[in-house]
Design a protein around this ligand. Structure first.
Ligand code: C2E
Ligand code: MG
Ligand code: MG
Length: 591
């Protein structure tokens, strides 16, 4: 039994890896039946088989047990003539077998653990040459099992087969049962930040012990149902054959109960977590790498929603792929001038005079067409791209502002920055140098940052904001009221302007409570000394209501859409004639 378990010979995948040798055996001896059998306590398991319906038999009915007890090829030319076997169910019932030859499978310590057998429905003779061939094939079977066990396809921490082995076993399984539908699952037992923390505090051995024990728990939970693979530091995968998705969900619920009981990591009891990503797979259709990718997508959804299990979603996959594509194409697009800037004016509410303009980036992708910054900016923020894009925006916008200044147009520009842009030491100095480089003053520029928990005076972005403000750049909080919305942290920082999110003002005309809420926020903001700007006002009724509630400035389609710089110049020079500037001046996207 120890030899068997060292070889993991009873794993489903081990059997699958032998199927081709079993096939070769049947072919070599032109026999209808060939199989590899392994002896368990009271059973014989046919781990790879051809021409026989059953996957196991009782040890009493095992013809092979006689082979396994000996050290050489055993042949029974006619089972019906042999008193030991004439009443064997395989002989008296279908498939009415008559002939048997088996080679014992010897582990390296000389112990027989199983047999490679051929059988036929007619009595046969077996020559010495036949015996030698069967012996050689038997040795190949053993080598295959040993190779599998030794080939470095195990994760040293858990001793479980790794991701490469998953791919290999998956491919073999697909060959064995093409067209079969199964479920693939990826589970995570510890979130990476927590694992890192535990590693730093406790050292690696207790953390590895924790991961190993979690692996054992999972293996026990899936015993007889699925083989477990250790595919990432804290992640395990398995394939399972169940009738429907509900069955998988209830299996995972059961396993979760077992998994999340506290485990000791060193002297510290830790509660493993349990999140799973799942997808249905069609063997022979889906490639292993694709399966891994799909369950990874599911797992990430499960982790971000803190759920037990999330199924792979095609929409999420598509949006991830599209995001990847956008990230991959960005640099070329920057070189090819596929990006351009538009400017949306912002007005003083009291007299509707233009005060400044917000710089908004546009991307006309050569194949995908116009892509909204609401889509690509978050993608770039997750990569190193945001830095190049912001630098490009700053350079172009400041250049445009310098041109306007030279032609006598007095305007301030509001430029959107990402937190990532400010999370680098020296970011403020760099921006100030760019402003100076164009012959502009810090007071000509405002930067917009989206509110968030990270906005602390003591944080790196907080320090950069203070440096910008100290030099005279105004700082605005964008989308205020859409998320974190807390005046508490704002007072720590030199913030000048609050831009109220569109969602705060959307219903102020028809909904009295929405009006009162916006009014309360505007009043509080003004009492605290902030300039308030309403974003996304689309109707003149809204403009009226915003005036009534005392907002300072306004930006929205009701007054002007984002437009190309030449349209803005034209509008600004003849502003008095064309007010209010509604209509679609040069910008076709609806925003
Ligand atoms: P944001 O900074 O809050 O910009 C305001 C968004 O609202 C813009 O969308 C603008 O076109 C849109 N908008 C203005 N008035 C109205 C209105 O009356 N109705 C409606 N429905 N929308 C209105 P846009 O240009 O699609 O930009 C989306 C977001 O992308 C921006 O939100 C900003 O967060 C980000 N973004 C745009 N350009 C840049 C950039 O150069 N750098 C960075 N880091 N982010 C940018
Ligand atoms: Mg903005
Ligand atoms: Mg906004």
């Amino acid at each position: 039994m120890t030899a068997l378990s060292n070889l993991q010979a009873l794993d489903e995948a081990a059997g699958v890896s032998l199927d081709r040798l079993t096939e070769l055996t049947a072919y070599t001896f032109e026999a209808p039946v060939a199989f590899v059998s392994m002896i368990e306590v009271d059973k014989q398991k046919l781990i790879s088989r051809l021409g026989l319906p059953m996957a196991e038999t009782h040890i009493r009915e095992s013809i092979c047990s006689h082979t396994i007890g000996s050290d050489q090829v055993q042949v029974v030319p006619d089972l019906r003539e042999d008193p030991r076997f004439r009443d064997n169910p395989l002989v008296i019932k279908p498939p009415h077998l008559r002939f048997y030859a088996g080679a014992p499978l010897m582990a390296q310590n000389g112990i027989a653990i199983g047999a490679l057998c051929v059988m036929d429905t007619v009595p046969r003779e077996f020559s010495d040459a036949d015996r030698r061939q069967l012996e050689t094939l038997g040795q190949s079977v053993m080598h295959q099992l040993e190779l599998r066990a030794l080939s470095g396809r195990r994760e040293p921490v858990s001793g479980l087969p790794n991701r490469h082995q998953f791919a290999i076993d998956y491919a073999s399984l697909a060959r064995r049962e093409p067209g079969k539908r199964m479920y693939a699952v990826l589970v995570d037992i510890l979130d990476i930040p927590r694992a890192n923390e535990a590693g730093q505090v406790l050292g690696m051995p207790p953390l590895e012990a924790l991961i190993r024990r979690a692996g054992v728990r999972l293996k026990l939970g899936l015993d007889g149902i699925a083989d477990v693979y250790h595919v990432g530091v804290t992640r395990f995968a398995f394939l399972v054959d169940l009738p429907g998705p509900e069955d998988l969900e209830s299996l995972l619920t059961e396993i979760q109960k077992r998994m999340i009981r506290p485990l000791m990591a060193g002297a510290v009891p830790m509660a493993p977590m349990f999140h799973a990503g799942a997808c249905a797979v069609d063997l022979g259709v889906d490639e292993a790498q694709d399966v891994i990718r799909k369950i990874l997508i599911g797992l990430h959804s499960a982790i971000s929603s803190q759920g037990l299990v999330c199924w792979y979603s095609e929409t999420r996959d598509e949006s991830l792929r599209r995001g990847y594509r956008l990230a991959a194409d960005a640099e070329r697009s920057l070189r090819q001038q596929d990006f351009h800037l538009v400017y949306q004016p912002r007005f003083q509410l009291s007299d509707l005079s233009p005060r400044s303009a917000e710089v908004l980036i546009r991307w006309n992708h050569p194949q995908l067409g116009p892509v909204s910054p609401a889509e690509f900016i978050p993608v770039f923020e997750r990569t190193a791209l945001i830095g190049s894009v912001t630098a490009w925006v700053l350079a172009n916008a400041l250049e445009q502002l310098a041109i306007w200044k030279r032609s006598g147009i007095e305007l301030c520009l509001s430029i959107n920055l990402s937190v990532k842009d400010l999370a680098k030491a020296g970011a403020a100095a760099q921006i100030l140098a760019m402003i100076e480089g164009k012959g502009l003053a810090p007071a000509d520029v405002e930067v917009e940052i989206t509110e968030g928990e990270w906005l602390r005076a003591s944080s790196l972005p907080g320090e950069q904001i203070s440096e910008l403000a100290a030099a005279g750049v105004r700082v605005a909080i964008d989308d205020f009221g859409s998320g974190y919305s807390n005046f508490g942290y704002l007072t720590e920082l030199p913030i000048h302007t609050l831009k109220l999110d569109k969602s705060l003002i959307d219903n102020i005309v028809e909904d009295e409570r929405a009006f009162l809420k916006a009014q309360a926020i505007v009043r509080l903001a003004q009492d605290l000394g902030y300039v308030t700007v309403a974003e996304g006002a689309e109707t003149l009724e809204q403009v009226g209501r915003l005036k009534a509630l005392g907002c300072d400035e306004i930006q929205g389609y009701a007054l002007a859409r984002p437009m190309r710089p030449e349209h803005l110049s034209a509008a600004l020079t003849k502003a008095s004639e064309v007010f209010p500037w509604r209509g679609d001046a040069g910008e076709t996207t609806s925003g």
